[in-house]
Write a protein that binds this ligand. Structure first.
Ligand code: ADP
Length: 879
């Protein structure tokens, strides 16, 4: 079969199978009959055409015009075309019973052959000339209704040529068929239809007629109601609706159409639809309207329509066409949406998406591009894509107020501006003027779609492409304009929205640039710290979750490893001597869980070759992200210890030597003094003149000074070399002895001594007595006051006691306050104040032997205070 057939009379199947056609136009009869039969054939029905004037050649022709070859059906037996006379016309004329028998037989045959039904077209010419034809017809129809239709799948279309029959017969035919064609017009409800069984009962016939008329009236009423309902629906429909005739003339529109476009009905009906389109759409409409008519429907077509105020809206249109008899185009039924806003918001979303993807790309470029220039170029490509611009430029102001062109796109490169380079190999615009400068001057972006007439325009230099439109936005850092980004020559110019987009991009680029630079600075710093770490002379490693995660070069060397990987990932326990494991566990616990900072600790590590090395461990915990790293510094102490021991040994040797010398010199100096004194006393005075006597006195004085020096040296070396006898000592008692020793001086000088209560401490009592004695002696000696006051006191501090000896003496300048603790350092001559400058040196040595500290606070003329500390945890032991 040639094509998908759409039934011409589908309604016939639903309502009733018994139809008749009354015609005075033979062409109409042909058309209806051919379509009626084709409906059946294509629905697997067997068809029978009992024809007279409608000859086979006509049928073939009509089938062909519908796209079918009648022979195809005849050859397979689904269609029989017979002359009425050959089929049921008999000599005795029209015999209803015979015809009934004939159809029953034919129908059975068709069913047995697998058809759904028997469909018949019969020209009623066989009845011509029959007596009482109208009555016979009624009987025949009665038989069909009573016997054929209820029991057999039988459908028929009886044809009556109006010109051949008397009116009475035509009337009878009309009354006998519930479905009626008049020519090619179909009446599904034939109000003149009288069921055959009451055909001969006139009173009932009347009732039926009246009833039919009433029903018809009701039908008309409900039709009218429905029409109003649908019209209202159409009128009130929230979407614009329109119908166009075959020329595209508007035949129907609803209120929504008028509201949407702002016209009144009179201004629209009868006008061509093309008149409501922008000029460039008109030809397109003409073409597509032809297609629409051919295809029968359009879905989602988008185009612009012109409103009465001249503005345009974008619409999306769906439509169908309706057809009349013979599928002839009748009109279009179209609804459309005003999708202007929808498109705008879609466009806005699209722009937003492009912008967001642009921003993402800029941030991605921060990481990818090696230098600012490359980064700038990547940014420009993104900006060009987002703003649909063929030209772009990105620059920052140099220190000399010229514009360093950080990056430009290839078009700029080609024009002469791009080739200007200075000694620093930077490309720069010679003068910051024109449209670019406006951004800097005003510190904000702007756009112009007519650059030539812009007041700030300086025109374009040679080689520069003509500017059709221009838009620029500043790069800012902390509110200061540091550069600008500009684009130009987008098709159709720029809008405020475009400027907003460019400003956003400029902000992102500024941010990204400063981020890049900060990142670079960070990387440089990181490299610096890494170098510092890697090349530190101390071995350092990082312990994270008891795994070594970072080591430096000294650490690699210390453990005798070849490379970092030899140590990374190992547990610190592997690297320490077994003896230290317990301590290590405790230290890690204290660092991690108690957040303690621990003093250095000395232990042994095990090198990869199994040998061990003594180290001093300093470890500290740092939070890194959410894990606590322990930073471990290892210092090889083998060397240090050897050096310290060596130093100790040589110091001891030196001290022993000093002790021996000062001790051994004591005797000869005592002899010198003794003999000099003996010489003076035993030599008669006349033999020694005054001059010689003066020399001798001087020699004795010098020797005594020498003795003093030697005594002091001896005392000093004794502090270090003699045994250190620490025992609990009542310091009040010690000071009491000192006061007694100094009794005569104190009385002589009338010194007031204020002494606070002092503690009992574990100290070397002899040394501490020397300490107080020296300090008190100085406090009195370097005191010219008429009422000298010396105050002794103490207060607890940390792990020690802080003592002081305060006087109201001469005081000393700040700059000398350290020097006076060095050996033989004096601020006065021995004529002014007697002494050798060893007193405070001795004091310092004594205090340090007690793990303390000594210092002076003083001002000239305001007295001095010597402070010293003595450790309270020295313990009582000899050492
Ligand atoms: P000497 O008293 O033998 O000179 P010291 O070592 O005891 O040696 O003192 C060193 C110097 O410190 C003194 O020469 C003096 O100038 C200064 N000095 C020490 N004690 C005091 C003090 N209480 N007031 C002012 N100056 C002092």
């Amino acid at each position: 079969m040639a094509q998908q057939h759409k039934k011409a009379f589908p309604l016939l199947d639903k309502s009733h199978s018994h139809a008749c056609i009354i015609f005075d136009n033979f062409a109409h009869f042909r058309q209806v009959a051919a379509q009626y039969i084709l409906d059946g054939l294509l629905d697997r029905e067997k068809c029978f055409m009992a024809v007279d004037t409608y000859q086979k050649s006509y049928i073939a022709e009509d089938f062909l015009s519908l796209g079918y070859d009648v022979e195809d059906f005849i050859s397979i037996g689904s269609l029989s075309i017979v002359d009425v006379k050959e089929s049921y016309f008999e000599k005795d004329g029209f015999n209803p019973n015979k015809i009934e028998a004939f159809w029953i037989e034919q129908t059975k045959q068709a069913v047995s052959e697998g058809y759904k039904a028997l469909r018949v077209v019969g020209e009623a010419t066989f009845g011509l000339g029959s007596q009482n034809l109208s009555d016979k017809l009624m009987r025949y129809e009665n038989i069909i209704k009573e016997v054929l239709f209820p029991h057999f799948p039988f459908k028929s279309l009886c044809a009556y040529d109006k010109s051949l029959y008397p009116a009475k017969v035509i009337k009878a035919a009309i009354r006998a068929h519930p479905i009626l064609f008049y020519n090619n017009e179909l009446f599904l409800q034939n109000i003149h239809y009288i069921p055959p069984e009451i055909h001969f009962q006139e009173s009932q016939e009347l009732e039926i007629w009246l009833d039919n008329v009433r029903k018809n009236n009701e039908n008309l009423k409900s039709l009218a109601e429905q029409e109003t309902k649908f019209r209202l629906l159409f009128e009130e429909a929230p979407l614009p609706y329109q119908s166009l005739d075959e020329n595209g003339t508007i035949s129907e529109i609803n209120q929504s159409w008028l509201d949407t476009l702002g016209y009144s009905k009179d201004e629209v009906i009868g006008r061509n639809f093309g008149e409501f389109l922008p000029p460039d759409y008109v030809t397109h409409f003409k073409e597509s309207f032809q297609k629409f008519k051919a295809v029968g429907e359009v879905i989602g077509v988008e185009f612009e329509m012109v409103k009465k105020d001249g503005s345009t809206i974008l619409v999306g249109l769906n439509g169908k066409i309706s057809r009349g008899p013979q599928q002839v185009f009748r009109e279009t039924h179209c609804i459309f949406h005003n999708i202007t806003e929808q498109r705008q918001s879609e466009k806005a979303i699209q722009r937003q998406n492009i912008l967001i993807s642009g921003i993402n790309s800029i941030f991605a470029a921060v990481v990818k591009n090696a230098d600012d220039r490359e980064f700038g170029k990547t940014c420009l490509l993104i900006v060009e894509r987002v703003t649909e611009s063929p030209l772009s430029l990105l620059g920052e102001t140099g220190s000399d107020d010229l514009l360093d062109i950080a990056a430009s796109n290839p078009t700029w490169e080609k024009c002469s501006l791009g080739n200007q380079q200075d000694s620093t190999n930077k490309r720069r615009l010679p003068h910051l003027e024109g449209l670019y400068a406006t951004v800097f001057k005003k510190g904000r972006g702007f756009l112009t779609n007519n650059p030539a007439s812009h007041p700030d325009s300086k025109g374009v230099p040679p080689g520069h492409p003509e500017l059709k439109c221009f838009m620029a936005a500043p790069l800012k850092l902390n509110d200061k304009t540091t550069g600008m980004i500009s684009v130009a020559n987008r098709e159709g110019g720029y809008t405020d929205e475009d400027l907003a987009t460019l400003k956003t991009l400029a902000r992102v680029i500024s941010d990204a640039l400063s981020r890049r630079r900060a990142q670079k600075a960070l990387i440089d710093q990181e490299i610096r710290y890494r170098n510092l770490f890697m090349n530190s002379p101390d071995a350092i490693f990082l312990n994270r979750h008891d795994k070594i995660t970072l080591v430096n070069n000294a650490c690699i060397r210390l453990f005798g490893a070849q490379k970092a990987e030899d140590l990374l990932g190992r547990s610190p326990y592997e690297l320490y001597h077994l003896d230290y494991h317990e301590k290590l566990r405790e230290r890690i616990y204290r660092i991690r869980n108690l957040n303690e900072s621990l003093p250095p600790y000395e232990t042994k590590i095990v090198r990869l070759d199994g040998t061990s090395v003594e180290v001093e461990i300093t470890s500290k915990g740092y939070m890194f992200g959410d894990s606590l790293d322990i930073h471990v510094i290892l210092r090889n102490v083998t060397e240090k210890r050897r050096a310290a021991e060596e130093l100790k040994r040589s110091n001891k040797e030196l001290e022993e030597f000093a002790y021996a010398i000062s001790h051994d010199l004591q005797e000869p100096i005592r002899s010198i003094i003794g003999f000099l004194q003996l010489f003076i006393s035993k030599t008669p005075s006349e033999r020694v003149d005054d001059r010689a006597l003066m020399y001798l006195d001087r020699a004795i004085a010098a020797s005594r000074r020498m003795k003093g020096l030697i005594d002091n040296l001896l005392s000093l070396s004794k502090v270090s070399t003699n045994g250190f006898k620490v025992r609990p000592t009542e310091l009040n008692q010690v000071v009491g002895i000192v006061l007694e020793n100094l009794h005569s001086t104190l009385t002589e000088r009338n010194v007031e001594v204020i002494c606070q209560d002092l503690p009992v401490m574990a100290v070397d009592a002899d040394l501490i007595q020397r300490l107080f004695q020296n300090l008190m002696a100085n406090a009195i000696k370097y005191n010219t006051s008429h009422a000298p006051v010396v105050e002794i006191g103490c207060r607890p501090s940390d792990d020690s006691y802080e003592f002081f000896v305060k006087d109201n003496g001469i005081g000393i300048e700040q700059k000398f306050q350290e020097r006076i603790f060095r050996p033989f350092q004096r601020l006065h001559t021995s004529q002014e104040y007697e002494g050798v400058g060893m007193g405070l040196t001795l004091c310092k040595r004594i205090v340090e032997r007690h793990h303390g500290r000594i210092w002076m606070e003083s001002q000239p003329g305001q007295g001095s205070t010597i402070f010293f500390t003595l450790s309270a945890s020295l313990g009582g032991h000899d050492c």
